[in-house]
Design a protein around this ligand. Structure first.
Ligand SMILES: NC(=O)c1ccc[n+]([C@@H]2O[C@H](COP(=O)([O-])OP(=O)(O)OC[C@H]3O[C@@H](n4cnc5c(N)ncnc54)[C@H](O)[C@@H]3O)[C@@H](O)[C@H]2O)c1
Length: 340
């Protein structure tokens, strides 16, 4: 068994074609196959993915491409076909993905479990009861949950199991997007948090640890804040949908691929950094009043109509292809490991 505390970025960690939030399943994201390789140092030898939909398949691809033997469970009827397609599309070694008939079988002997089943509190609680029962007593039990906190679905677990349960929330698809939000529950042990961080780093991911189980975590809260103001600006007729997107792509989006919002403003204040900048622009920024958008279906209608007029209906396939090309280019510029 490899040391889960070690952290060496994976040379073969994939990051080729593909999607962002709401993207296509990992099996459909064809790219240059990565050469089969043995497990990289620091990468767990065995892992389980429980739930093989959009997110689970992408995790399985990431872990298996790095050399981890991945066992996958999902009650879907076509699991065998889906795993075979993923193996072929991603150029994984034959046998890198093993199909299990039950969740308990999947987690036998693994170092960690990445649960990626339905986003439903009772379903997650039931699944985690099974995982806690069947997985090795030192295995990390991680959930991809977007909004259900670990404290909730681990509530009925014994202390020793709850100490190893936490959220590892990715951006879609996790084999491309580096961020993983590591969110411990009330009973998660500090040692489990540290192990999760090292484990995700070993796959070339960029984990951050949240200090509170806040709804939407960090990434989706930020996305929601920007979306709300975008909707408001379009609803109130300040800009149309296409110009709103042009503004973001040519200013904030471009900048935020390189620096975060705080890091980006810090140099703007000279020797005083962000403090100096806020002295100058703080009052005028504070005076920008933000309004509540109308997020009802009726209120959203003009936003829907303008978006569909600008980008086609159904959405044109080139949008996703362009998005993937740019994201891949940015990751390459940043020196991130690439697939293939
Ligand atoms: N889609 C996204 O953009 C996104 C991003 C980040 C996190 N997440 C989270 O990841 C998780 C999975 O989301 P998704 O988009 O992949 O959903 P999905 O519907 O594509 O996949 C869920 C899978 O779980 C399977 N499943 C149902 N019951 C199960 C059981 N008892 N055991 C194992 N598997 C079972 C289903 O057959 C399905 O294949 C959710 O918690 C979601 O909030 C989703």
């Amino acid at each position: 068994m490899n040391d889960p505390h070690a952290s060496r970025p994976v040379s073969g960690a994939p990051a080729a074609a593909a999607a962002a939030e709401g993207g296509t399943p990992a099996s459909a994201q064809v790219s240059t196959p990565a050469p089969p390789e043995a497990a990289s140092a620091g990468v767990p030898a065995r892992a389980a993915v429980v739930g093989a939909g959009t997110i689970g398949l992408s995790w399985a691809r990431l872990f298996a491409a790095a050399g981890t033997a991945v066992t996958v469970f999902d009650p879907r009827d076509d699991l065998a076909e889906v795993l075979a397609a993923l193996t072929a599309d991603a150029g994984l070694p034959e046998g890198a993905l093993t199909r299990a008939s039950t969740a308990a079988e999947a987690v036998d002997g693994v170092e960690f479990v990445q649960e990626s089943g339905p986003e439903e509190p009772h379903a997650k609680a039931a699944l985690f009861a099974q995982l806690a029962e069947a997985a090795p007593e030192d295995a990390l039990l991680l959930s991809s949950s977007s909004a259900i906190p670990a404290s909730r679905f681990a509530a009925d677990l014994p202390e020793a199991a709850a100490a190893r349960v936490l959220v590892g929330h990715p951006f879609n698809p996790p084999h491309i997007m580096p961020l993983v939000e590591v969110v411990p529950g009330e009973r998660t042990a500090a040692e489990a948090v540290e192990r999760a961080v090292q484990m995700y780093r070993s796959y070339g991911r960029a984990p951050i640890v949240l200090k509170q189980e806040v709804r939407g975590f960090v990434g989706n809260r930020l996305q929601n804040a920007v979306l709300r103001e975008a909707v408001h600006l379009v609803q109130s007729g300040v800009v149309d949908a296409a110009d709103l997107d042009t503004a973001v792509k040519n200013s904030l989006g471009l900048r935020w691929a390189a620096v975060g919002p705080l890091e980006g403003l810090h140099p703007g204040g000279g020797a005083q950094g962000l403090r100096g900048l806020m002295e100058h622009i703080g009052p005028s920024f504070a005076a920008i009043d933000l309004h509540e958008p109308d997020m009802s279906a009726e209120g959203m209608e003009p936003v829907f109509a303008q978006t569909e007029a600008a980008y086609g209906m159904p959405p044109r396939a080139e949008i996703a292809a362009e998005r993937d090309r740019f994201q891949e280019g940015v990751l390459r510029l940043r020196g991130e490991p690439q697939e293939g």
